[in-house]
Design a protein around this ligand. Structure first.
Ligand code: IPM
Ligand code: MN
Length: 336
């Protein structure tokens, strides 16, 4: 069975890294029936289109969407982020943002930690992907006056928190059976209370999963000096955004960080954590590994588990680091 996949190369290095991802998926023997979508900052500058409801409706009929990166410096902040990426996450209800981080003795990516056991870790951040500070609640009062007020609330629903926490417990129960809630319950006493209560209630259904709690500021320290304490982390949208850039930095750089935006059982979207990096677009300097590993996550979602595993293995060798974007893609594809 072939899989119907929407391709959004996007801006900057996006199309370059997605081309390598598609090359590697083909080399792994998986056939995709692809549909191209010209979207992103460049498209917006051409005709003003960011993302239409018609396109979103078309996407609902696909199996997956594979996205490079969107955003160009000459478009004001928020237009593409909210209008394309967040609209996609919200309209398709992609409520899980799955972001894995690992470093091992055979990894192409290396931890900035001293070598040896300490530099070996393997954890997943489950970031809530449809609510929190990203929901868009708030606005201006008395804009452009000396008494201007801007509010930006964080929206946390029992349903949204619970489905995310439940997904994280399920995942932890299939891994090393350890789940850490990250929040800031000592200051965000309303949303923190909802998250903590929900976490503790769902925990009752998973007696085999050991639980822990970290404040987000403390988690930043542990990411750097003790990442081995983590198996699965669950956290809200904004904390998850910040923590996963840090996760990329401590596991060899953002060029290796993959992600999946999931609605289990429905069309889902797969993208590297990095952005469009307009400064290096066209130079061949972009590392396609994050896009290739996001492609592997897409194959997991499509039920092509073995091909996904083979791609992850092929990305491990440190030699795959050297060379240009296409050379790295070629080396990884040749290993399959
Ligand atoms: C990410 C990105 C996005 C986010 C931006 C581009 C809207 O930083 O996927 O982490 O904040 O979620
Ligand atoms: Mn981010």
């Amino acid at each position: 069975m072939t899989h119907r996949v929407g391709i959004v190369g996007g801006d900057g290095i996006g199309p370059e890294v997605i081309a390598e991802g598609l090359k590697v998926i083909a080399a792994a023997g998986v056939e995709l029936d692809t549909v191209d979508y010209d979207l992103g900052g460049s498209r917006y500058l051409q005709d003003g289109v960011v993302l239409t409801d018609e396109i979103v409706d078309e996407w609902r009929t696909l199996d997956a969407i594979y996205l490079g990166a969107v955003g160009t410096p000459d478009v004001p902040p928020g237009v593409i982020e909210r209008g394309l990426l967040l609209k996609m996450r919200f309209d398709l209800d992609l409520y899980i943002n799955y972001r894995p981080f690992s470093c091992g003795p055979d990894s192409a990516n290396t931890s900035p930690m001293s070598s040896g056991e300490e530099a070996e870790f393997d954890f997943v951040v489950i970031r809530e992907n449809t609510e929190g500070a990203y929901a868009g609640e708030g606005g201006f009062l008395r804009k452009n006056t000396p008494h201007e007020i801007a509010t930006q609330g964080s929206v946390n629903t029992r349903l949204g928190v619970e489905r995310c926490v439940r997904y994280a417990f399920e995942l932890a129960s299939r891994r090393r059976k350890h789940l850490t809630l990250v929040h800031k319950t000592n200051v965000l006493t309303f949303s923190g209370d909802l998250w903590e209560r929900t976490f503790n209630e769902v925990a009752d259904a998973y007696p085999g999963v050991e639980t822990a709690y970290n404040h987000v500021d403390a988690a930043c320290i542990y990411f750097v000096d003790d990442p081995r304490r983590y198996d699965v982390i669950v956290t809200d949208n904004l904390f998850g955004d910040i923590l996963t850039d840090l996760g990329g930095a401590v596991s060899g750089g953002i060029g290796f960080a993959a992600s999946a935006n999931l609605h289990p059982g429905r069309v889902s979207m797969f993208e590297p954590v990095h952005g469009s990096a307009p400064d290096i677009a066209g130079t061949g300097k972009a590392n396609p590994t994050a896009a290739i590993l996001s492609g592997a996550l897409m194959l997991d979602h499509l039920g092509e588990d073995q091909a996904a595993e083979r791609i992850r293995k092929a990305c491990e060798d440190p030699d795959s680091l050297s060379g240009s974007t296409t050379e790295i893609g070629d080396v990884i594809a040749a290993r399959l």
